[in-house]
Design a protein around this ligand. Structure first.
Ligand code: NDP
Length: 332
C-alpha cells in the first residue's frame, strides 16, 4: 500500500532541544538494532517505521553493523525510505555509526580515519542517501589518537556526508576530551548516546555532568533494558522475544526469579501511576529534562503505540522515585 504520513503526526509528540544546538529530537526515537535485519520480516519493519513516523517519531537510529547480517538494517531502512518516505526526507533525522567490527582486515573496525570514512560511504550506499543527519563514533578506540577519530567525524561534516556528529559509549573523561577536540575543529559534539535505564544508571556518575556543562545532548539506548522493563517476561520467555531468540544481548538465563520479582514490583508502581511498566521506564529516563530522547527498540507496531503513550504521564512524585530506587537497588 502506498504511504501517506498521518496529517496529525506533529500533534502529540514532544520535541526536545539537543543540548545547546538548534536541532530538536523527539522525546522518543526508534532504533533499528534488532528486528530490521535480513533475518526479519521486511513488512513488519516497514509497518513499524510508518507507525513511528505517524506518531511524530522523526528520528531513526542505525549503525553500520545492525542486522543480522551486519549492514542489513541499513538496507532494510533504505528500502523503506525509498518506497515510503522519500518525500519526507527533510522531516527525518537519520543517524548511523561506525566503531564495531564490519569487515575483514585491519581497516574494518575501531576509530581510524580510514575505517570511519569508508564505513560512512558504505552506510550511505546501503541506505541510498547523500547524507546522514548524525554520524557517530560508536565506541572509543584505545589505540587510535582521539584527534584522528574526531578529525574523521569533522571531515564527514565538511564533506557534506553528515550534518552533525556524536559519540557513543565514551566515558565522562573521554567525552570531555572528544568535545574539546571537536570544538577546536569547529564541529561541535551534538550528542552522546549512552545506555541508561532504571536498572543501569552509570551516566549519573559523571557523564551527565560533562554533557550538561558542555551543552551536549543525550539519547539513551536500551531504556527498557532490552525488554526486561516491560511485561514481556512476566509469564516466562516467549519464543518471539529477544531473550527467546538468537540475540546474545539478552539471554533467558538473565531472567532469574530475583529479576522477575523486581520487575513485578516495578510493574506495581507503574500500575498505580496508570501506566504500563514500559511507559514508566521511558518516563523515568526523561524525568528532570536531562535526557533529550529515549531510544527504544520494538518488534511490533503495538509496542511503539504503547511506548509513545508514555508521554501522557511524565511527572513522578518523590515517593514514586524513592520506591523505584529501592526496588532497583535490591540485590540480584
Ligand atoms: P529497549 O530497551 O527499548 O528494548 C527494546 C525491546 O523491548 C523490544 O525489541 C521489545 O522486545 C521490547 N519492548 C519494547 N517496547 C515494548 C512494550 N511496550 N511492551 C513490551 N515489550 C516492549 O532498546 P534496545 O535494546 O532495543 O535498544 C534501542 C536502540 O538503541 C537500538 O535499536 C539502537 O538503535 C540503540 N542501541 C545503541 C547501542 C550503542 O552502542 N550505541 C547499543 C544498543 C542499542 P522484543 O523484541 O522481545 O519484543
Amino acid at each position: 500500500m502506498p504511504y501517506t504520513a498521518a496529517n496529525n503526526r506533529y500533534g502529540s509528540m514532544i520535541y526536545n532541544r539537543t543540548g545547546k544546538s538548534g536541532l530538536k529530537l523527539p522525546a522518543i526515537s526508534l532504533g533499528l538494532w534488532h528486528n530490521f535485519g535480513g533475518i526479519d520480516k521486511p513488512e513488519n519493519g516497514r509497518a513499524m517505521v510508518r507507525r513511528a513516523f505517524d506518531l511524530g517519531i522523526t528520528h531513526f537510529d542505525l549503525a553500520n553493523n545492525y542486522g543480522p547480517p551486519a549492514g542489513s538494517a541499513e538496507e532494510t531502512f533504505g528500502a523503506i525510505l525509498e518506497k515510503d518516505m522519500k518525500v519526507y526526507r527533510d522531516e527525518i533525522i537519520i543517524s548511523t555509526k561506525a566503531g564495531y567490527w564490519m569487515w575483514e582486515g585491519p581497516y574494518g573496525e575501531w576509530g581510524s580515519r580510514k575505517y570511519m570514512l569508508s564505513s560512512l560511504d558504505q552506510s550511505l550506499k546501503r541506505m541510498k542517501l547523500d547524507y546522514v543527519d548524525i554520524f557517530y563514533s560508536h565506541r572509543p578506540d584505545p589505540h587510535t589518537p582521539l584527534e584522528e577519530t574526531m578529525g574523521a567525524l569533522d571531515h564527514a561534516v565538511r564533506q557534506g556526508k553528515a550534518l552533525y556528529v556524536g559519540i557513543s559509549n565514551y566515558n565522562a573523561e573521554q567525552t570531555a576530551e572528544a568535545a574539546r577536540i571537536l570544538k577546536e575543529l569547529g564541529t561541535p559534539c551534538l550528542i552522546h548516546q549512552p545506555s541508561y535505564s532504571i536498572l543501569n544508571r552509570w551516566i549519573e556518575g559523571g557523564l551527565q555532568d560533562v554533557l550538561d556543562e558542555r551543552g551536549i545532548g543525550s539519547i539513551v539506548f536500551s531504556p527498557l533494558a532490552g525488554g526486561l522493563l516491560t511485561n514481556r517476561y512476566l509469564n516466562g520467555v516467549p519464543a518471539d522475544s529477544r531473550a527467546g531468540g538468537p540475540s546474545v544481548f539478552l539471554k533467558s538465563d538473565q531472567i532469574t526469579e530475583n529479576r522477575l520479582r523486581q520487575i513485578r514490583e516495578l510493574q506495581e508502581v507503574a500500575e498505580a501511576r496508570g501506566q504500563s511498566l514500559a511507559q514508566m521506564a521511558l518516563a523515568w529516563t526523561l524525568r528532570g529534562g536531562k535526557v533529550t530522547s529515549a531510544l527504544i527498540g520494538a518488534s511490533r507496531v503495538e509496542q511503539i503505540d504503547d511506548n509513545v503513550a508514555a508521554l501522557n504521564q511524565l511527572a513522578f512524585s518523590s515517593e514514586e522515585l524513592a520506591r523505584i530506587d529501592a526496588i532497583a537497588s535490591a540485590e540480584q
